[in-house]
Every structure is written in structure tokens, then in C-alpha cells.
Design a protein around this ligand. Sequence first.
Ligand code: SF4
Ligand code: SF4
Length: 452
Amino acid sequence: MAIPIHFVSGKVYPRLTGGRFNNWRIAFVIVTQLLYFGLPWLQWNGHQAVRYDFASMRGYLFGLTLLPQDLTYLAGTLIIAALGLFLWTMLAGRLWCGFSCPQTVYSQIMLWLERLLEGPPNARRKLDAAPWGAEKLLKKGGTQSLMLLFSLLTGLTLVGYFTPMRELAANLAAGHIGPWESLFALGYAAFTWLLAGHLREQVCKHMCPYARFQGAMFDDHTLLVAYDSARGEPRGARRKEAANVAAQGDCVDCGLCVQVCPTGIDIRNGLQYECIGCGLCADACDGVMDKLAAPRGLIRLTTQHALQHAPAPRAWQRPRALLYGGLIATLTLAMLVSLWLRQPFRVDILRDRAVMARENADGNIENAYALRIFNTLPQARQYRLVVSGEGVVAAQPDTLLQVPADGDRSFIVTVAGDPNVLARGSHPITFELQDAANPQQQVSEETRLLMP
Ligand code: SF4
Ligand code: SF4
């Protein structure tokens, strides 16, 4: 669906409004910020519940410990997220933008801070136009300080997803936060302050790539905030004469829907690329309709199809939605089954290329391997190693291999092959590792035994 672009220039001073959509927006701000600021403080099985540790290359996600070998799960999650975004955009248009996109949420918070110190839109407009003086300096300085403080909190919290949050807070209190932590916190804080505190709706209109391609995902049944022109037009102020009222549409041209719009557009001009689907114009207009004792919904969440008074389509009439939904369900199920079957330890095997195959005292040919075992459990484990394959006569060490809790350890393993059985060349062998306390937990890896 092609969406026209109307450029709005100058700073936007949106007016505050109340109503259903506004309540949802506030709820989304609260929930997303509680999650963002709260998650790094949550502990789970002795770990921070959500954290990625670059030093040990381990990711913690509640009870799950993810290793570099689990990158497939990250890839799967990204594919599911992309498909989910396609599906959501097709069904619900820009509701993501209007309610839960971090840019929208942070812009909303910055706007609240600005309103707190500088007052309603008219006062802010006047203050911006006024020459610099003590009052302007105080108010602008106060607003920017609050915005910077909030931005810094977002930056420090982001770092807390990579460095243990409690350690970070203690270091911060002691005044010795590391250089990398400082760099990331300040960098993210600067982005938050610039994008949400200053550029705001300009990011949605001119910088966001999602805004550029989402028009291609819309169809006539996509939910969007729209003005019912059949009901609203011809617009104009209400007059007392009965003839005039009868000829007039429900829009009284009060302009409230434009004044509350965070992107400064007029929804009555039709579907526009700048509209983020926040629904604030619908809230404002509902308030006007209430005062006029007219039905609500002159601006409402609807579809192009419904605006033409056509019946809603059945699910099978939207094959794209079924395709996206089916792919998401299949991939999610496959990932859940794979996670369920996943063993709590992993092994990497590398042939030690520095040590050539050599003959041992028994006349067998020995190969050396570097074995690295990753234990994802919060308890130390012991593993039994069994090497099998045609002609394999021994593997050392033949004792249990100990790996610390939530850590990894490397071992050099030698495997001896019988030269009377194995011809010159490389032969497949299998390393099987078994948890000594839980023999049903085992992993196996294939490698090669070289006979010179
Ligand atoms: S708020 Fe409603 S009545 Fe007022 S101008 Fe907008 S559409 Fe018309
Ligand atoms: S037109 Fe309405 S829904 Fe779109 S951004 Fe403006 S206020 Fe939000």
C-alpha cells in the first residue's frame, strides 16, 4: 500500500490529552521501563537472570546458559523476531511504533520531563522564542540536566546486561567504574539524549528504516488510526440553524487532533507516512465528540476495508498472515524442542596439529587432541570419556574429567590406533562424553584418527 509523505517542519509541541490510547501508552512506558531497568537486578540460580558475559562468552537467560556453540538459537530468535515484525505490521500497522518502540517510549519520557519544568505547549513555545535570561537558563538547564540524568541511567543499565549489575552499582558507588563500562554507558546515554530528548519524531520520520519499508507490508485489512471522512465531512464549526447542522459532517474543525499529534500531522489528510499510530488524535477527538453528544470514533483504529463499510475478511483470505504465522509457530516449536533436548554440557575437539602422530611404547600409533568441555550447570561435574572406532585400542586419560561449576576446562587426550588393523590414512572415530552422575546425559563428536 503506497503511503504519501507530507513534510512537517519546525519543532512540535504536542498538547497533552487523555483517553484509552493515552492510557495504553502510559502503561507501555511503565511496563517496558520496569522490564528494562528491573531485569538486570533479577537473580536466577545464583546468576544474574539476563546477562551476556563477553569474557567467558556465556549468555545467561534465566535457567539457560548459552555458549558460543548455541549461536543457532540466536539466529533462530532473530528470524522469528523478523517474521513476527512482518506479521504484526501486516495485522496491526504501526502500533509497535506508537506504543512500544524504544524511540517512542523514551521520547514520551523526555516530553514528560520537559513538560514538568517548562510547562504546557504554549509556555514551552514562548520560552523557546524568548531571549536568554535567568529564567530561561534555569528552566532549560533544569530540563537538560534531568534528561541527561535519565539518559545516563539508561546507559548504565545497558552496561548492566553485560557486567554483573550489582558489581557495577557497587563500583559506581565506590567511584571506580571501568573504562569500557564508562565508554558504553556514556555512548548509549548520549544516543538516548540526542535521539529521544532532541530529535524525537524526526527519527521516526527521517531515520528509521522500519518506517521506510512497512508500507510494503500493509494491505487493506491492516489496522491503522484513520479519520472517517464520510462521517466527518464537510467539516466546520457547528451553527445553530438546523439546515446547517444537517448538511454538516461531525468534524467541527477544532484542530485538537492536530495539536495532540506528536509528529505534528493532520490525520484528516488521510493515511500518512509520518503517522506512528499512537491514537492520541482519536483520544482527543473522542473527547470532542463526547462534548457534542455525538458517537465516538470519528477518528478510530480501523482498516481501509472497514472504512468502506465492507465485511471483515476471513483468515484464509489473508494467506500472507497465515504463512507468517505458520512459519513462526514451526520455528518456535523446533527451537523449544531443541532446547528441551539440549544437554547441559558441550565439548569441542581439535586435533593437536603441533603433535604429529607418533608410535608409542606398545607399537600403536597415537594422535593427540585438545578437548574443551563446557559445563553450564551451577555445580562442578565429572565426565567419563569413551573413544570408539575401528582399530582404536586406548585413550588417555582414562580417569574422570573434572570441570568446575559454570565453567570450562581443556584437556589433552591421546588416542592410540592399531597399525595392524588400520591402513595408512585417516579413519573416523567418535568421542563420547558422559556425565558420571547422570549417564543418560551424553554428547558425542566425530573426528579423525591419522595413521602415517
Ligand atoms: S478533533 Fe475531531 S472534531 Fe476536532 S478537528 Fe479533529 S477530527 Fe475534527
Ligand atoms: S496522526 Fe494520530 S495516530 Fe498518527 S501520529 Fe498523529 S496523533 Fe498519533
